[in-house]
Design a protein around this ligand. Structure first.
Ligand SMILES: [Fe+2]
Length: 299
């Protein structure tokens, strides 16, 4: 059974290209995903009007959606951040901050990784790690097991999430296939060691806050033997496939493989440095999370 997932992130509605939403929705719909995963920062400043725009966008997606909070989805300078930081998100997006979606062949869990007391970096609690074990570890045999959160779990330095060790331990024990994140606005695919899961970071799909790459989202296909990540970029002629990364499901024996033709088309959009990353074998990927290189930025 093949499962198709659309991974979009960091919409930052309120700081987005006005014409970006319609085109994104058309491109995502063409992929006919079984699930669309939205890994946070859907708004720019957690304003009601921005959440309303997010709701309208989500309602236009076909099929089920799993969404999580990002740091921008909490009020920044407001008493609401202290006393009721998730109320607007819960009203407009999802009352469940750690949502579960189960569809044939796929079990997905989202985690709320943005505490009110941190500035922008994330944390995962012991209860959330236990949720990973219970929900994803208890998924039907053969299901794709997908975990989503805003903060990339492999980020290092000051961007390292609190609770990283327990999260990664729980993900390994639960047989998680995919960990999807956002936050950096730079698309990425990597593995932590010579086993699952595959870690995917989606870029920013609609916002003006790009970081050396154009707007993008990630189309992920999983079957019994492989995980394929196609990075979709927005260019002068519309959306196109850039880097394609193929990994055997559950191991990295074959290493990362890029579609050179698609990569060539992406060169103008992404720059040589990111292209070299795509062509490198798994063990030569940069060891540090991209979040670290944007350490000073307001992501
Ligand atoms: Fe962001």
């Amino acid at each position: 059974m093949t499962v198709v997932v659309a991974h979009i992130s960091d919409l930052h509605l309120g700081a987005h290209h006005e014409d970006a939403v319609d085109g994104l929705l058309v491109d995502v719909a063409a992929a006919r995903p079984a699930l669309t995963v939205v890994t946070g920062d859907s708004t720019m400043r957690a304003r009601t009007a921005e959440f309303r725009q997010v709701r309208e966008l989500l309602d236009r997606l076909t099929g089920p959606v799993l969404a999580v909070t990002g740091n921008h989805d909490l009020p920044l300078f407001s008493a609401r951040r202290v006393f009721d930081p998730y109320s607007r998100y819960r009203s407009w997006i999802d009352d469940d901050l750690d949502p579960v979606v189960s569809i044939p062949g796929l079990t997905a869990l989202g985690l709320q990784s943005m505490p009110r007391w941190r500035w922008k970096n994330g944390r995962v609690t012991g209860d959330q790690a236990a949720l990973v074990t219970r929900v994803l570890g208890g998924a039907p045999p053969g299901d794709v097991r997908l975990l989503a959160l805003h903060h990339p779990p492999l980020a290092t330095g000051t961007a390292r999430i609190l609770g990283r060790r327990r999260l990664l331990g729980a993900a390994r024990a639960a047989g998680v296939d995919l960990v999807l994140a956002g936050h950096t606005h730079v698309p990425d695919v990597r593995i932590a060691e010579r086993s699952r899961p595959v870690f995917v970071v989606a870029g920013t799909a609609t916002s003006r806050r790009v970081r050396g790459t154009s707007r993008s989202w990630s189309l992920i296909t999983v079957d019994t033997g492989a995980v394929v990540v196609r990075e979709r970029y927005f260019g002068p002629s519309g959306w196109h496939t850039g880097r394609v990364v193929t990994l055997p499901r559950g191991s990295v024996q074959g290493g990362l493989q890029s579609d050179q033709g698609d990569a060539e088309r992406a060169r103008d959009q992404r720059g040589d440095d990111s292209l070299r990353r795509g062509e490198a074998p798994a063990h030569t990927h940069p060891p540090a999370g991209h979040a670290e290189q944007d350490r000073g930025a307001d992501q």
